[in-house]
Design a protein around this ligand. Structure first.
Ligand code: SD4
Length: 332
């Protein structure tokens, strides 16, 4: 009964004349001719969705999904693209350091069975999401932090890597001149990748990985590796993930909240909007920070919402490879 109610409320794909962007072989968005699509209640799958306009990450996830791979592999390999991109200064190698000059990484992963793994404040390892997966699969624990996580990574064969690039080091030295901790909305500190996917079997998984807020205090951990806050997946219902000022997401256990709202019948879009509103209710008179949520339900419907204009999210499915500007609490 619950399932029927959920499907009813989740909205169906409507028949529409749409121009749908596609990814060409060279990675550029193209537009396919307009066509009629019949209304359907079928699940949209496979599908991948991620925070921000990380088209190479969704393209990688799609490659895994399209070849029949599992959602869990799709999200792991998808977010690794950003971990490996040194130009993304909020994820993996190239990430901005804490105020002592150390790059410390946070990541978590969750599968269809509610299994999960996370690493917190991990140093010297380029792919924290893969270490998080090993925590999930090869240990009796959910979270490993700091030196313990690093030691575990070496035991599992991960290589020691210097994560601080020259660019991030230069910016940190510049920052030290004033040492002001005031993240610039949408620019500084906001490129964390959270990804959700549904595979051909209809199973959902999620991953989230970040270097956290630039110039954070040593030892600070945000929402991204915290199951329920930065990421949550329930294979019966859907998944959600977050980007932005992690402290605020933790205060409302944002991703868990959004999944529970979808369980109660809200669409992914409505649930993300309510998630942001709960945060704003706890911050009366303040909107000078950014949070972006994305969500997917079991049907493959997606949504996203943020506080400040400027947040976008990407989807990749049979319907195309699309960048969606999210609506915002603060009007554009
Ligand atoms: C954190 N949520 O550590 C992360 C930062 C972030 O895009 O999302 N940046 O709080």
């Amino acid at each position: 009964m619950k399932r029927r109610k959920f499907l009813k409320n989740s909205g169906t794909a409507t028949a529409a004349l749409v121009a749908t962007p596609l990814l060409s072989s060279c990675g550029e968005e193209t537009t396919r001719p307009q066509q009629d699509k019949p209304a359907t209640t079928d699940q949209k799958r496979p599908i991948a969705i991620c925070t921000w306009n990380f088209m190479n990450a969704t393209a990688k996830a799609w490659e895994v999904l399209q070849s029949g791979g599992r959602a869990l592999d799709a999200v792991e390999h998808g977010v690794m693209v950003e971990e490996n991109d040194v130009n993304n200064q909020t994820v993996g190698k190239g990430g901005r350091p804490d105020r002592d000059g150390n790059v410390t990484l946070d990541a978590c992963i969750m599968d269809k069975d509610g299994n999960c793994g996370a690493v917190l404040a991990l140093q010297n390892i380029a792919n924290p999401i893969s270490v998080a997966r090993k925590v999930m699969e090869d240990t009796p624990h959910v979270m490993l932090a700091g030196e313990g996580a690093e030691k575990f990574a070496y035991e599992k064969g991960f290589e020691k890597t210097d994560l601080l690039t020259e660019q991030s080091r230069k910016e940190w030295l510049e920052w030290k001149k004033t040492s002001e901790y005031k993240p610039i909305i949408n620019i500084e500190n906001h490129d964390t990748i959270g990804m959700l996917a549904i595979d051909k079997d209809g199973d959902i998984a999620g991953a989230c990985t970040t270097s956290g807020m630039a110039y954070k205090m040593a030892g600070r951990v945000g929402d991204s590796p915290i199951i329920g806050a930065g990421l949550f997946v329930d294979n019966e219902v859907g998944g959600a993930t977050a980007t932005g000022v992690g402290e605020e997401v933790v205060r409302t256990v944002g991703s868990f909240l959004i999944v529970e709202l979808m369980r109660q019948g809200k669409s992914p879009q409505e649930a993300c909007e309510e998630g942001v509103k709960r945060i704003m209710a706890k911050n009366e008179g303040r909107d000078d920070f950014q949070i972006g949520f994305i969500a997917i339900n079991k049907n493959g419907d997606t949504g996203g919402y943020c506080i400040q204009p400027g947040f976008t999210y990407r989807t990749y499915s049979e319907e195309g490879h699309v960048n969606h500007p999210a609506e915002s609490y603060v009007p554009a």
